[in-house]
Design a protein around this ligand. Structure first.
Ligand SMILES: [Zn+2]
Length: 97
């Protein structure tokens, strides 16, 4: 019996996360229903367009708060730090090092 092909844990990212900016989204954010960014643990809210709108998916956190928290802690909430991983090189937006 041949070994089954290993299934990738996550689809490759193409589109930037609205919170941390790394390209972790496999589809545009408008289509990424309930996608949770593996780098910052922001849960995508496809209906949320304003960065100061409280996000139901993120328990009322706004995108602006999520970004500040990611910069401060490395995740949108400090208790999410154990779930996140560092961005992969290919996820870093072009033009940044
Ligand atoms: Zn993110």
């Amino acid at each position: 019996m041949p070994e089954p092909e290993p299934v990738p844990a996550e689809p490759p990212g193409e589109y930037p996360c609205p919170c941390c900016g790394y390209r972790t989204f496999p589809v545009p954010k408008e289509e990424a229903m309930a996608f949770i960014c593996p780098v910052c643990f922001w849960e995508n809210d496809i209906f949320d367009s304003e960065e100061d709108d409280p996000s139901d998916e993120n328990h009322g956190m706004t995108l602006r708060q999520g970004r500040e928290n990611y910069r401060k802690w490395g995740a949108v909430r400090p208790d999410f730090l154990r779930y996140v991983r560092p961005p992969r090189p290919e996820e870093i937006p072009r033009g940044q090092t």
